[in-house]
Design a protein around this ligand. Structure first.
Ligand SMILES: *Cc1c(COP(=O)(O)O)cnc(C)c1O
Length: 272
């Protein structure tokens, strides 16, 4: 059985603007889970790892761009839990820090032209049809197992919050959070902030993962510059809303730190 223990506290941020507005901001430090299997990437892998173990498959096959946090998380998880890993990387061969770490963790990288890359299940079939050990994990870790894992973000919370904020790529993490808020009948308002895709695409993408009675807000009027700056821009966004009196006096707000190797120093910078 793989060891699933980890540490992700809710930490309060002391900051004059929040004090002035009578609000409290907490950050759920999913970035502390693991230096490379960080944030929501661990949440999204957890039930995939358990399923692979149950099905006695020891080779994780996944997909992503050359800067994918998910690819790195899969490589590190494979090394940690003794599984082989292979990733189909979109586009021509490149080198960068993320891919270097993947190689150190023993991941096999297969650079794949953009056209071929589009059909992931076909790629998987062509390469692994005969291979009983191969376990398919979709790009970004998206899927039902990932959604289940992300529900646990809400299950772990030590107190009630009026608002939850989370950056969304595929929206899988958000879907898990939204479903769990609905399950528990919480009054928490979930605020989803798309990093890459526009709001209506994302709404369509996650609709199949959402259960009934769900509710959420999606903020599309704010532009993120991709994943590297996600956490710092999310902090800017919350500060901006506080400035505009978006939050009622007395509100408790939680930001989910979704991790990524660029998150920590940038976060410090925002509260100087
Ligand atoms: C992957 C990732 C996201 C997006 O998560 P989704 O479940 O795809 O919405 C957000 N922030 C960071 C830092 C990520 O690595």
């Amino acid at each position: 059985m793989i060891n699933l223990e980890f540490y992700s506290p809710e930490e309060k941020v002391e900051y004059p603007l929040f004090e002035k507005k009578g609000i409290e901001l907490y950050i759920k430090r999913d970035d502390l889970i693991h230096p490379f299997i960080s944030g929501n990437k661990w949440r999204k892998l957890k039930y995939n790892l358990l399923k692979a173990e149950e099905q006695k498959k020891n080779h994780l096959i996944t997909f992503g761009g050359a800067y994918s946090n998910h690819i790195l998380a899969t490589a590190a998880a494979g090394a940690k839990f003794g599984l082989n890993t292979t990733a189909f990387i979109r586009g021509e061969e490149v080198e960068n820090e993320i891919l270097s770490f993947c190689k150190i963790y023993g991941m096999q990288l297969i650079f794949t032209d953009r056209e071929t890359y589009k059909n992931k299940s076909k790629l998987f079939q062509e390469h692994y049809e005969e291979n009983q050990n191969a376990y398919f994990i979709d790009e970004g870790g998206a899927g039902k197992e990932a959604e289940l894992g992300c529900r646990e973000i809400v299950k772990e919370l030590k107190q009630n919050y009026d608002h939850l904020f989370c950056a969304a790529g595929t929206g899988t993490t958000s879907a898990g959070i939204i479903n769990e808020i609905a399950n528990q009948n919480l009054n928490t308002i979930f605020n989803m902030i798309p990093v890459l895709k526009g709001g209506s695409f994302l709404k369509d993408d996650i609709s199949s993962l959402l259960e009934k009675n769900h509710q959420y807000e999606i903020h599309t009027d704010y532009h993120f510059g991709g994943y590297a700056k996600t956490q710092t821009q999310l902090i800017d966004f919350i500060k901006d809303l506080a400035e505009k009196d978006f939050f009622q006096h007395g509100s408790k707000i939680l930001m989910i730190h979704t991790g990524g190797i660029f998150g920590i120093l940038g976060m410090l910078d925002k509260f100087k």
